[in-house]
Design a protein around this ligand. Structure first.
Ligand SMILES: [Zn+2]
Length: 231
């Protein structure tokens, strides 16, 4: 296999097994052989940090191993955030956008991504950006969480009056509270296929009971949509 193909096969293993540390550590070893020691160290430090318990230093830096790793990862992000973001910068950040890189979060409130154990796992961006670039993003990164930053999934406890305008399977924009809640038909279809959509067709409401649940289900649907998963 060509060097590039080996790297791609290792990345595929990471994307297929996002929760597993081993493929990440194997990839880090491979990066070392390619002379990319700093990126390899970033992955190993991230894997080690994720396995450590919280320390007593909170948001400050103390002299423990955890704080050392946090500081090291932050320094690396400050320097390599764009280079290691695999095209996310050019896909999601508009010219003139405020852009921040430090800690595990890179970007701005509208478009951002988070690193975990060396790789991007979470992406937040306007829905239109995800529909445009999502397929490419999931092809490159082991993303397991997506947030449409211009949509507000929410649920009112008790009444379940959260709504993405879904009446008897037909998208009905008038049902949603405001345009920021509305979703394109493709996303709604993916949501419906998740089988987790609570629907009360007689009242034209659908939802998931809690805001957190609504965000999770929407995130899963957006990832499935990007992967072209017909399920
Ligand atoms: Zn500490």
């Amino acid at each position: 296999m060509m060097v590039k193909d080996v790297g791609e096969a290792l990345l595929q293993d990471i994307r297929d097994n996002p929760a597993d540390d081993t493929p990440r550590l194997v990839y880090a070893d491979w990066l070392d052989e390619q002379g990319e020691g700093r990126r390899a160290e970033f992955i190993r430090d991230g894997v080690e940090l994720a396995a450590l318990k919280d320390c007593r230093h909170g948001t400050f830096y103390g002299n423990c191993r955890r704080c050392f790793l946090k500081r090291s990862l932050k320094a690396a992000m400050g320097k390599y955030a764009v280079a290691w973001s695999g095209g996310l910068y050019s896909m999601l950040v508009e010219p003139g956008d405020r852009f921040l890189a430090g800690g595990s979060l890179v970007g701005n409130p509208r478009s951002h991504w988070h690193f975990d154990r060396g790789f991007v796992w979470k992406v937040g961006c306007p829905l239109a950006k995800w529909l445009e670039h999502g397929a490419e993003i999931v092809r490159r990164h082991p993303v397991t969480s997506v947030k449409a930053t211009d949509r507000k999934p929410h649920a009112y406890a008790g009444t379940l009056r959260t709504v993405y305008g879904w009446v008897g399977g037909v998208y009905a924009p008038g049902v949603a509270d405001s345009p920021r809640h509305m979703l394109p038909v493709g996303v709604l279809t993916a949501l419906d296929r998740s089988g987790e959509l609570y629907s009360d067709h007689s009242h034209g409401y659908c939802g998931w009971g809690t805001e957190a649940k609504a965000c999770d289900v929407l995130s899963d649907a957006l990832i499935r949509l990007a992967k072209g998963d017909p399920r």
